[in-house]
Design a protein around this ligand. Structure first.
Ligand SMILES: [Zn+2]
Length: 325
C-alpha cells in the first residue's frame, strides 16, 4: 500500500505563523499556529517554528510522507529562497529561509510572497482550478496580487513580479507606505477605503452614521454595514474604490489577458458592493477586443485556511513541475 503523501504549508505573517499538513486534494490534516513575535530576530524565531512543526508532525498518523515544504512570507524571493527586509518583521536583513528549512528537514522547500502563494492555492484547490491564466488580488490592509500566465506564477527577472498594489493610479495622489505617491493600494484596500471615507466625510455635509465613528475605529466591516443600510458616504466610497480598481484591472488585462480576476480578503467580503462597481468600470475601460472576456470572481478559499492552502499549493505545484521536467 502506498503511503499517504502530504506537504507542509507555512504562512508567516507579522502577527501569527500558521501551518498545516495538506494532502494533494487540499484537505488539511493537521494545522497549528503561534505568535510570530515580529520584534524577534530570526535566530529566536526559528527554534519556535521548528518546535511547533515537530510537535504537530509527531501527532500525524503513522506512515505519512512529507513530500515538501511551501512557505508564504512577506518580501519573499522565490529564486533566492530569501525573506528580504520585510517591514513587518524585525528579522535582520536578508534571511535565506529555504536553506535553513532544508538543513533541518532535508526535503524540497520553496518560498514566495503570500499573494503568489494565494494564487497557487486558488489554482490547485479553489476558483481557478483548470485555469491557465488568471489574476488573484488580495484586498486586506494592502493590495497583493499573484499573476498566473500559462499555468505558472509570473516571478519575473527579479523574483518580485506581480506587485499590482504599487501600480500608480494618480501621480499626485495619496502617499503610499513605500514613500511614493498614488499607488493602487493607497486607494484599493481596507486602509484605502478608510481614507476615502474620511475624505468624503470631510468634503461634504451629507449625513452619515460613519461621522460618529473615530478614524481609528473605522473598519472595512463598519463601512460595509453602513453601505448595506444605504449610507450615502459608504456607498460612494465603494463606488470610488471600484472605479479605481476597475480601471486599473482594465489596464492589467491588456498585458496578460486573464480568463478571470479573483478577489480575496477583507474587502472582498463586501461582495456586490465592491464587485459591481469594479466590474462595471473595468468593462467601461477595457480595450475593445477584451470586453466581455474576463470574469470577476470571488475566491473559493475565502472562508477556508487560504494561507496554509496557498503555501501548500506552492509546493505541490513545484513538485509537479519537477516531475514534469
Ligand atoms: Zn506603493
Amino acid at each position: 500500500m502506498s503511503k499517504k503523501e502530504l506537504t507542509l504549508g507555512i504562512d508567516i505573517g507579522g502577527t501569527t505563523t500558521t501551518f498545516g499538513f495538506v494532502d494533494i486534494d487540499g484537505n488539511i490534516l493537521k494545522e497549528s499556529q503561534f505568535m510570530t513575535q515580529a520584534e524577534d530576530h530570526v535566530t529566536a524565531y526559528l527554534p519556535r517554528l521548528f518546535d511547533a512543526i515537530d510537535e504537530a508532525m509527531a501527532e500525524l498518523e503513522e506512515g505519512v510522507v512529507i513530500k515538501g515544504i511551501g512557505m508564504g512570507a512577506p518580501n519573499a524571493n522565490y529564486f533566492r529562497g530569501t525573506v528580504e527586509n520585510p517591514p513587518n518583521l524585525k528579522w535582520g536583513g536578508v534571511v535565506n529561509l529555504v536553506e535553513l528549512m532544508q538543513k533541518k528537514y532535508k526535503i524540497p522547500t520553496v518560498i514566495t510572497n503570500d499573494a503568489n502563494a494565494a494564487a497557487l492555492g486558488e489554482l490547485r484547490f479553489g476558483a481557478a482550478r483548470n485555469m491557465k491564466n488568471f489574476i488573484l488580488i488580495t484586498l486586506g490592509t494592502g493590495l497583493g496580487s499573484g499573476i498566473v500566465v500559462n499555468g505558472d506564477v509570473v516571478y519575473g527577472h527579479s523574483g518580485f513580479a506581480g506587485e499590482m498594489g504599487h501600480l500608480i493610479v494618480n501621480y499626485d495622489g495619496r502617499l503610499c507606505g513605500d514613500g511614493r505617491r498614488g499607488c493602487l493600494e493607497a486607494y484599493v484596500s481596507v486602509t484605502g477605503i478608510r481614507r476615502t471615507v474620511s475624505k468624503l466625510l470631510a468634503d461634504s455635509l451629507v449625513g452619515s452614521e460613519l461621522r460618529d465613528v473615530s478614524q481609528s475605529e473605522l473598519t472595512g466591516e463598519l463601512i460595509t454595514q453602513a453601505a448595506l443600510k444605504g449610507d450615502k458616504i459608504a456607498l460612494e466610497a465603494f463606488e470610488y474604490t471600484g472605479h479605481i480598481l476597475g480601471q486599473k484591472l482594465a489596464d492589467t488585462v491588456l498585458i496578460t489577458s486573464p480568463e478571470a480576476i479573483i478577489l480575496f480578503g477583507g474587502l472582498a467580503n463586501a461582495k456586490d458592493l465592491i464587485f459591481e462597481p469594479t466590474l462595471r468600470h473595468m468593462e467601461q475601460s477595457l480595450f475593445g477586443p477584451f470586453k466581455g472576456t474576463v470574469k470577476l470572481m470571488m475566491s473559493e478559499l475565502q472562508h477556508r485556511n487560504a494561507a496554509v492552502l496557498g503555501a501548500s499549493g506552492l509546493i505541490w505545484h513545484e513538485l509537479e513541475k519537477q516531475n514534469a521536467a
